[in-house]
Design a protein around this ligand. Structure first.
Ligand code: SF4
Length: 306
């Protein structure tokens, strides 16, 4: 029987960089317009105080030292000797261009770093930030990760995303114009979103031309407004079989070249309210792999991926 292959990040990196590559989560010392009062002070409804980057190496102002500490911390757990500097917390282009230049430039100079991945919002890519990204991208590959979460404006308003979906479309185009690889983040299981609506977002991101995708289960974390809504009974979280079904369908409709960078999240256990079944990543992955096998989905290279 024909297998439905998808291109995992591991394989993509192996092919691009010639071996195992590990992503180092770093805090770039930024904030976010959804938190500093520019758009809002409350943040997206699901976002934790750590700006969705609880596992990132803390910001010290010396990115080389941050990278060295992050490498030391994970080197016993991985065989990788090449790393991607992943600026994860908050909005990593939300700073003056000279700060971005110093930060990204220092990361790019580190001998173990083969690429940068910059998590940001599509509405935080002014021309000066784009010029910095373009310059760094000439030295080593830059991936920009855009937190889209959904294409549906009603859900976007509910989660307080703070920008319209057309801003995302424009950001993808501008990033592509300067040769930057785009990874789109989508959340599976947002309140008010059924399978059809979630798949519409996946289809949309693929049609706009995203190069990669991160699919993440909705986690309800402590001390967020999402937690309050959950405790008031305003929505329910997905069961594992529902999540796996939507995930499989999402992967099945992605074009062959789109890299799947994430198929689940890694919630901070101390903060996780629901769903509790998602606390153990190994169990979740085993479950997903089981469903993948039943639906004939395997990680692997498409024949037409070059
Ligand atoms: S844009 Fe990102 S960092 Fe800012 S509040 Fe939303 S999820 Fe958190």
């Amino acid at each position: 029987m024909l297998k439905n292959r998808y291109l995992s990040a591991n394989e993509h990196y192996r092919r691009k960089f010639g071996g195992k590559v590990y992503k180092l989560a770093l805090d770039g010392g930024m904030t976010c317009p959804n938190r500093d009062g520019t758009l809002d002070t409350r943040g997206c409804i699901f976002c934790s105080k750590g700006g969705s980057g609880e596992f990132a190496e803390p910001y010290t102002g010396d990115v080389s030292a941050q990278i060295a500490r992050a490498v030391l911390r994970i080197s016993s757990k991985t065989k990788a000797d090449k790393y991607i500097a992943y600026f994860q917390n908050y909005t990593n282009t939300y700073a003056p261009a000279d700060k971005l230049e110093r930060l990204f430039g220092a990361a790019a100079e580190h001998p173990s770093i083969v690429a940068l991945s910059v998590g940001t919002r599509p509405d935080c890519l002014p021309d000066e930030a784009m010029r910095v990204l373009e310059r760094i991208n000439k030295r080593l590959p830059v991936y920009v990760e855009l937190g889209l979460q959904t294409i549906h404006e009603d859900t976007a308003q509910y989660i307080r995303r703070g920008y319209k979906t057309e801003i995302y479309d424009d950001a993808v185009k501008r990033l592509h114009d300067i040769g930057i690889n785009v990874i789109t983040h989508l959340i599976i299981g947002l309140p008010g979103e059924n399978k059809d609506r979630i798949l519409q977002s996946v289809r949309y991101a693929a049609a706009i031309g995203t190069d990669g995708i991160k699919l993440q289960l909705l986690h309800v974390l402590k001390n967020t407004d999402l937690e309050s809504a959950y405790l008031r009974g305003e929505f329910r979280v997905l069961e594992p079989d529902e999540y796996a079904d939507i995930l499989c369908s999402a992967i099945e409709l992605l074009p062959a070249h789109v890299v799947v960078h994430r198929i689940t999240g890694d919630p901070p256990k101390k903060l996780l309210v629901a769903p509790q079944w998602s606390a153990n990543k190994k169990v979740v992955l085993a479950y997903i792999n089981d469903i993948f096998e039943k639906r004939n989905i395997i990680q692997g290279r498409h024949a037409d991926y070059i």
